[in-house]
Ligand binder design. Sequence first.
Ligand SMILES: [Ca+2]
Ligand SMILES: [Ca+2]
Ligand SMILES: [Ca+2]
Length: 747
Amino acid sequence: MQKIYHKSILGIAVMFFFSSYGQAKDELKTDPQEREIQAFRNKVQEQAQKQKSEIQRLKSLGHKEFISENGNEKQLIGADENGRPMYYTTLNAGAAKMTKADNLYSGGGLGLNITGNNMIIGQWDYSKPRTTHELLTGKINSYDNLQNQTISRHSTNIAGTLAGNNGEAEARGIAYEAKINAYDWVDDVPEMLSQAYNGTNGILVANNSYGFDPMYLQNYQFGKYNVTAQSWDNLMYLKPYLQIVKAAGNAREIDPGIVPQVSAKNGYDLLEGAGIAKNVLVVASAKKNVNMNSDEAFDVSAFSSYGPTDDGRIKPDICAPGENMYSSIETYDAAYGTYRGTSSAAAVVSGIITLLQQYYKSVSPTQSYMLSSTVRALLAHTANDKGTEGPDYIYGWGLADAKRASEAIYNNIEGIINNEKKSTLIKEVTLNQGNKYTLYVVPYEESQPLSATISWTDPQGNLVNNVVDLSNPNVVNDLDLKIVKINSNGTESTYYPWKLGGMSNLTGAATKTSTNDVDTIERVDVKNPEIATYKIIVSPKTNATPLLPGGSQTFSIVVSNVDFCYKEDLKTLVSPADDITTSQTILAKQIVAGNKIIAPVQGVEYIASRNIALLPGFQVEPGARFHAFITPCFDLISAMRYRAQERVGSEVLSVSNTSSSVSEHFTLFPNPAKEEVNIRFFLQSQSSIKISVYDASGKLISSEQSSTKFPKGEFIKTIDTRSYSQGIYMVSIETAEYKETKKLIIK
Ligand SMILES: [Ca+2]
Ligand SMILES: [Ca+2]
Ligand SMILES: [Ca+2]
């Protein structure tokens, strides 16, 4: 039996996709998501009202509303659950090169020109940036009159680090062509809720370089999942494209005589408020080292607060330069200063996310932005690890690396860039109740780790009691990632995600010996993988408990060092069981087809990561639509299929691994034939087909004309010859380009 291996497509479909938004206003009100947002807005407004009266009460007791101290601005923002004052403070204790963000700029080595053009960053801060500063001219899109109108150094400085541009590189911000929507920190939650990206417009990043002043916190409040963490998690859950970025805090430089927690655990357990949220990206500060001689040539800043959260999650998440940050200050329009603090580090990360979002949208298969969970997975996946392998409670996953993150986007197998070495997968997947996600992957090279990272925007957690270091996990939808190697003898080896020891083991090295039951970012690294099949599995912790009222959780996954992937090893289709009369997509590593695709069908697609073999017996009836795609990895999204056919479409004839010459328009096999003969033919452009068979006397035996045009590609038509008597026949094929006849012998 002759096999024909195709490493290419057998047709092109032009597909049209429509998504229409024609919802009337009253329909929107009944949208469950919209109802939830409204309920959350009401709850937040209620809390804000309560805090406003608490502020009045505390002021009447002599507490100052505004304090300016050691270069930081503080504001009485409300009371804690016991009525004690809570102050927000800016996080100055005081970049592009160290995080390699300049690689995305024009002339930056990646061949890109990504600078934040047409992007808008949300900045929440103490008060108003100096909008007339030469670094910020035309930068501040909006700052409404409900906000604090005092022009402040911190806001001016952070705006400069985010997006400042005076035409010179020295003081330029990270996303230097982006604009800023600025707000004061009062009512930050409702403001972020209304500004967040809604699928059409709004901000993708909210920079929050502030936090609760540790001087006013009780012991139990450090690391505790409180109402602020809960509220910010819910906000991000309701607005899944918005990434809130928060400074970890500078508590390690506070006098332990004033805040005993600073030395109680050697600098650990100093995170507060939204720094405990699961979905918020919490940023530590590193000493700036412009001429890094290795990816590890950085150190944590002396002031940067260490984690973890009380339930032992990996926080801070990431680290960025936060010292010697040269940027604008408020005193006059050409005034500059050098700053230090996790405030600056957070602004660097917000700038990087803005660049990555701009780049991702330009090359993603659906031309859309990343979910915030994809942003977190990507940053954790590509961060530069420091010291002992794996994450820790000082740097999180390591130093943010914009170059590696953008390279992952560039190499995304599902992205639209055509390059030879595509070995990264970036996917957003919705896991339905009771299901797990499995992907079979074969690594690209043995010298690099096979790494997979998942992240998801988890629903808000439950508030916990005011007990010091309560370790109850705050995660709601606990997904588990593992990689399973299928050994040659059929046994399996399992690789687990990194995790840390929590409050009882703050400094211990990260382990990877069992599932991670607390984090909402999980990464599995298989060092020195073999070129063999690995299963990547994402599953909910338990199928017994409903994941969600809606029954599903969306997660993002980044996998690097992928040669190809598939969902099933081999799909064999044989006639008559697999004869297809309805629309269908077959996905597998290999597809072996000897079936018949029967007209009329909506369209049948074979998508394989390695090869599609069409055996004698495979037949596409005229009028039936059939497309086959070879792609290193596949998904069910339509745009991907479109890319797949486009990517390999140009190779359609040259890579066919067959003996037949391209110069031949068609071949017959087997020949001589007995019960059936296959006519394998090529089309250089779309055409209708007419196939005719004549006997030796020239009498027409059969004739078939396709009812629709076949696309460009390679096709096989099988003719049942059982009714033919022995002898010589002539088979003629007629297309828009050619008419050719060949001799057929029936034995
Ligand atoms: Ca405000
Ligand atoms: Ca604690
Ligand atoms: Ca887990």
